[in-house]
Ligand binder design. Structure first.
Ligand SMILES: CC(C)(COP(=O)(O)OP(=O)(O)OC[C@H]1O[C@@H](n2cnc3c(N)ncnc32)[C@H](O)[C@@H]1OP(=O)(O)O)[C@@H](O)C(=O)NCCC(=O)NCCS
Length: 167
């Protein structure tokens, strides 16, 4: 990522711009996706969500939402979105890195997401949890990935992913 980009925590006033970026990236069918259904159950945690900017223009976003999986609490990462005009500049990678660092600093035990393993595995999501973890909608189990801060937690995750408001 070049030094013209910077990353800062998300503010409430960023919401419309972020939703527009998501709409462009995912299209009108986004709300039907299983991970979006979890995020309808609880708001994302703005303190653990970030925007990427260049000269104060928002070009990317990543959000974290608190979830439980059975008895275990953690975080769901997403949506991750980068303005297509700024693709392949390391922005997505930098946003994921910032979100994971914030999650770890906040004491999270794990972060899960639904996404492409070839992209996310090198970013720390080395555990596929899709055989035992379920979402409120269909999802390819191979795309249900976890990063763990507590060694071994990914292997013990089992059950339905449910969003909850932390505060
Ligand atoms: C996916 C997305 C976030 C990547 O953002 P980005 O800033 O372009 O990504 P980065 O610059 O950090 O990484 C680019 C690298 O990842 C690779 N990559 C991008 N998407 C990939 C994918 N789905 N699977 C595998 N590799 C992928 C690129 O080919 C590139 O590889 P290179 O570094 O070897 O050239 C962005 O393209 C986007 O917003 N897409 C639409 C929304 C989306 O699909 N979000 C993810 C939901 S799971």
């Amino acid at each position: 990522m070049t030094s013209t980009y910077s990353i800062r925590p998300e503010h409430a006033a960023d919401n419309d711009t972020i939703l527009a970026l998501q709409q462009t990236a995912f299209g009108p069918g986004a709300a039907a996706r299983a991970a979006f259904r979890v995020r309808e159950q609880a708001p994302h945690d703005a303190a653990l969500s970030f925007v990427l900017t260049e000269q104060d223009v928002i070009l990317g976003s990543v959000r974290l939402t608190h979830v439980t999986i059975g008895p275990d609490a953690g975080l769901l990462l997403g949506p991750l979105v980068v303005d297509p005009a700024h693709k392949n500049n390391g922005c997505g990678r930098a946003l994921v890195g910032r979100a994971l660092a914030a999650a770890e600093a906040a004491g999270a035990r794990f972060v899960i997401l639904v996404g492409d393993a070839p992209y996310y595995r090198p970013l720390g999501f080395g555990h596929c949890v899709g055989r035992k973890v379920r979402l409120p909608g269909p999802v390819d189990p191979a795309r249900l990935l976890a990063a763990e801060f507590e060694p071994g937690i990914a292997a013990q995750l089992s059950g339905m992913v449910r969003g909850f408001a932390a505060n």
